[in-house]
Design a binder for this molecule. Sequence first.
Ligand code: URA
Length: 251
Amino acid sequence: MAQQRLDKIIASTGRYSRREVKTLVREGRVLVDGRIAASAEDKCDPLTARISVNGEELFYREHTYVMLHKPAGVLSATEDGRGETVLDLLAPEYRKIGLFPVGRLDKDTEGLLLLTDDGALAHDLLAPKKHVDKVYFVRTDGALDDADCKAFVQGITLGDGLECLPAKLEILKSDAQSEALITIHEGKFHQIKRMLASRGKPVVYLKRLSMGSLTLDEGLSKGEYRLLTAEEIKNLRESGQFAQGKAGADK
Ligand code: URA
């Protein structure tokens, strides 16, 4: 891998800011391959150099992937003067490394939100042509029925005439308030709410359960988050690539 500045490498772990790295280097607390670093601007290969700070070895990662259980009431944005954003839920070290949400959930929607600084993966997961599956749990006002399922398979036309791709509606409970799982492959603005509004069955609760191969860890309470495992990252990359092939085949 190309050589990079020491302050950039250490800051990318999210543990220290570049300014803190400068101080740490000045105080002789940063070692590179067992030798005290002379300057925060020194360059080395982040994949092969052994870097330690205060005696603790750092493990470089090119990108960061965070799974958040988004609670209702928080905006899927990186900054917003009007209210709390998903970034405000993260510890300070995760707020300064350029993470952004991969796709938006409405303020009142809960569930799986991936935050990353990996623009290429985000593009693969979001590009409309890639058709990555997103699964939601939904509760509606009004009884869902077979006619709704058929309409989803055929492709719903929204109130403004916009046509949705075929989607899947699996009814879990049909009652005055119904429950269902919905799988969509695109991400139009307020898509599920508008699809169900067009059927006269407004959404009263919405939660995203999965995106491609990534499933919400039910061990995470609302507002909690964790880093993705290496296996989850690998599978997610494959979801994006596989979806691309699938979309290609549709053409
Ligand atoms: N569809 C919606 O209507 N809202 C969301 O937050 C996600 C999908």
